[in-house]
Design a protein around this ligand. Sequence first.
Ligand code: BGC
Length: 805
Amino acid sequence: MMVAVYDDEVMKISSFCPRHRLLALLLLSGLSWLTAAAQSAPRPNAQLASKPVNLRVDALLKQMTLDEKIGQLVQYAAGYATGPGASNLKYDELAARGQLGSMLNVTGAEATNHYQHLAVEKSRLHIPILFGQDVIHGHRTTFPVPLALAASWDPAAVETVARFGATEARADGIAWVFSPMVDIARDPRWGRIVESAGEDPYLGSALARAWVHGYQQDDLSRPDSAAVSVKHFAAYGAAIAGRDYNATDMSEITLRQVYLEPYRAAVEAGAATLMSSFNSINGIPATANPFTLTQVLRNEWGFDGFVVSDWGAVAELRNHSIGDGPTVARKALEAGVDMDMEGGLYSTVIAAQVRSGAIPESVVDEAVRRILRVKFALGLFDNPYTPAGPAYDATPERRAAARKVAEETFVLLKNDAAGAGPLLPLTAKAQKVALIGPLADAPAEMLGAWAVTGDPKYAVTLKTALAARLGDRLLYAKGCGLLSGEDANVLERASFTDQPVAAAELPIPDDEKTIAEAVETAKKADLVILALGESASWMEGEAASRAYLGFTGTQQKLLEAVSATGKPVILIVLAGRPLEIKWAAEHVPAILEAWSPGIEAGPALVDVLFGDVNPSGKLPSSLPRAVGQEPLYYAQLPTGRPAHGDLSHMPRNSAERFVSRYMDEDNAALYPFGWGLSYTRFRYGQPTISRGEVPRRELLASGHRPMVKVGIDVKNTGSVAGTEVVQLYIRNTAASVEQPVRELKGFIRVALAPGESKHVELPLGFDELSFYNVDLQRIVEPTTYKIWVGGSSLATAETSLTVTE
Ligand code: BGC
């Protein structure tokens, strides 16, 4: 359905902010908030809705033949493959015929300009190709993986990464990035948790907005902006049993309240495109799902951009048993998938159906219109080519940014040498240090799961950075490989043809010997730093689900053998997902969660280990005690038989019999959501609330405006400066639909000098307090909210807010 309302009038009085724009719409229309929302959704991206863009689109569309139109709906990969069965077509010919609307995985000015010249100069209507690529955590400059970035709880850091990504991508001819991935991920068996912001919709939404603003800069026409593709729409992260590509099945309330929220945030922030997901949602494949793709995305959220399928997902609809090729292509197109990525189905089966009348041509026209809008808004018709620039180099400026961001992502899980006080930070004249582990000196592994254009040659390892600091006071032993000889099945699964496992990552044949050598190295040192985890190259990311969440190979043996020397051990966990590290939590005095930190891994880690930088990261994902607890997340729904073990909202086991618990393990996370220590201590005062009561009517009429402020004093009581992430959680104590036992509804990073105290205020309004009722309306009801403020999801400083009739 084409909404023929252009946004220019609204734009004049509202700038780009969707909230102001909604207000402007209301002023113009003279309607009440509720009536207006029901009648026409706000247009969240003014450029895509603008009159000049749409007039140009309509004029061009009128001249296009059916084949040219369908040409705009296809996308092929020339270059490398990021999925199975890449097509191998005559792309030069397709481009020259105007039948190659988009390409992916073609990188660099020379390669992109080659195809662009054919499309723009040879094709009848001179329509430029849109080049897209996975720019996920930086482009040439590799930053920490998205899950790590989420651990910074810092939207500004995310914007920085997006800015670098967009600028470097544009220099390579790529105006469209397949990022951000905003799938809520509550199960670390799913390898793609590494690309997510973790388990929480509030944190996920805040970071989704930051990604969109960072890439698009609220102006697609800038030469250093890139259009985003928010993925994977929708609910891909809820794959049953954590197995990639698997079905999802959940109530519509959960879908809307948890899983769709970050997508909505990204669309409201102006996202130009979305990517549909591989999974089905409640029995309907996401790539042929009119409910999510049309009802929610376009009718409710007012999205004017286009939707691309995931790799081959349109053709794979046949495997979902919903029809043959022509049928599934029609279903996908009619549901709202505008572009077919590497499926080859739109290009072969749509035209005949249009000619036979099975698909109205207006459906094709609408998809073309959406795609052309983005091309016009990006300025591709006016500036289709990429100027040749200097070859990429990891300049000091890029390195400094990568290092600063990485430093914010590390989470100090534990720092307690029983009786002897904290083990970290290391003192400047730190004694002899033994660095041990397969990830201590593995540059490629520092880059993380989605560094397609990253280069390991730029990665500085922990060994290199520590050697620079300690000189000959550093001893080193690898200890073992990331896999053992017994992991043949993992190796076999990892070595799919176009991405063989590198020799350096293969198991060490005799790791009993190398573990023994590591133990000897440890004995010669005063303390040990162990760098363990999993392979970022082939155990994280897409198609990398795991049934076990421990350290891979013989790393656990190495950990236990080194710990048995009695030397103090600092464990650095390098992984793209929460691993199961219960043994370490019980036996190792200091643990730093470091994820996959990017090219500045070593220097950033050394800064934090020596206390030049105080760690400030907080977990965006609960760390389990056992894989059997998964999916484990703090915002659980209540049960009639809760276990009453301790004060936390996710209690440890109690002696009671008929309660919701495991017989053989606690309910609680090993380290909960929001957890992270510092080298200093923070003291929280008593929270205050600007109004203890708010009438429901007032909240309903308030739109996005904050209605109350929760205030709290936070003091740094230690002797070093530090940054605390102050977090606010609520619980609705009387709702018509049961609400989670806790929900994050506010956070802020606060930097504090030693002894310094700051008053922090966190707003609450309709956005934070509302939920979906059984009629799927977003509402507030008379109730009392418990409110906690603190440094993790275990926060205890409490106040409350009552909503009256
Ligand atoms: C992934 C997407 C990615 C696409 C293009 C797919 O296999 O699921 O996340 O953007 O490939 O590389």
